[in-house]
Design a protein around this ligand. Sequence first.
Ligand SMILES: Nc1ncnc2c1ncn2[C@@H]1O[C@H](COP(=O)(O)OP(=O)(O)OP(=O)(O)O)[C@@H](O)[C@H]1O
Ligand SMILES: [Mg+2]
Length: 364
Amino acid sequence: MSYEKLGFGSWLDPLQKGKMVSDNSVDMPPSVKSWLDDHSVKSIALAPVMVDKACWGFISLAMFDREQVWSEPELDALQTVARIIGAAVHREKMIKELDSKRVQLAHSGRLTAMGEMASGMAHEINQPLTVINLSADACTTYFNRNFPDAPEAEAAEDIHVQVKKIARIVENMRAFSRRSSEEMSLVNLAYPVQDALTFFRVQFRERQIELIEEIVENMPEVKADKQKFEQIVVNLLSNARYAVDKRAETVEGFRREVAVRLYVDSLSPDQLKSFGLKKKDLFAEQVIMFEVEDNGIGMNEDVKNRCLEPFYTMKEVGEGTGLGLSVTHSIVKELGFYLDIDSRENVGSLFRVIIPLQQDDHHV
Ligand SMILES: Nc1ncnc2c1ncn2[C@@H]1O[C@H](COP(=O)(O)OP(=O)(O)OP(=O)(O)O)[C@@H](O)[C@H]1O
Ligand SMILES: [Mg+2]
């Protein structure tokens, strides 16, 4: 039975505001009185246990044999005990929270360290690659001059091709781990999108996730940091991948789909409103729209409201840092763009980056 039904509702309000309540059974509503009579309580005093300014529960003192006005020292003692319990619960909560943050921080620290290592490795690998390439060059020249039809001539050519492949992987690794270049220049955003996609295409194919690409290549250039925009794309795509994989775990034969779109759009007044934007937020009628849409697990209201918070993650400890979207959001804000999230639980999510076109942007 609920507190309200029993008639305890009148106590709830002051308790939730952190105030003490004391009452004699004669002054109480009949339902409360009968409940207290059943429990032989004649007089009661309650003190809220406040944890971090919210009422977490309460403790009470009850008198069983008579009605009474509670004395100051009795009420003081009750309140003190409630405060001690409140402080203990708060401490316990903080310790738990700190512990999980510590695990997550250690994880993000490891990621940073891995980034550094990748960058170091890329550098180290590049040197021997240069030597291999030069040697293959020497071989090609030698064979072409002396034995142009020898199979070894072809082998030397193969070495070239493979070295190029490794060089590209290494370059990607380096680009990924590079610290922000802090460089704003005029960028056709199709490039960073394509760069990020080279990484995901293979991965998606291997996992049999359908990747729908609707990228307009011929985009007006906007002032942006290519590296940072690439990071946005990577974060959104990796979240989409996780969301569709997660849904496939529970729905048999599920077709996982992720769509990536980049196009120029002009926003209708309704759209502006739904994105929470005003006309003056944009310089021109037109915007560039970057979208990542998935048919994954989606988000309920609570997750949607909190997903941009740093360290907020629904993933298991160690699986995610909860930093992806908060980093994404801060980059989006820094670049002067807007982020819009549309998501429904068990249906999917649509993340949109809205990029205002500026007057002096270069139209191709
Ligand atoms: N496309 C999506 N579909 C459903 N839920 C999502 C999606 N993107 C993000 N979320 C939810 O938002 C949370 C926060 O995302 P965020 O990218 O910040 O961290 P993460 O993905 O959990 O960790 P990391 O990015 O370090 O792997 C996720 O744990 C997930 O619950
Ligand atoms: Mg993420």
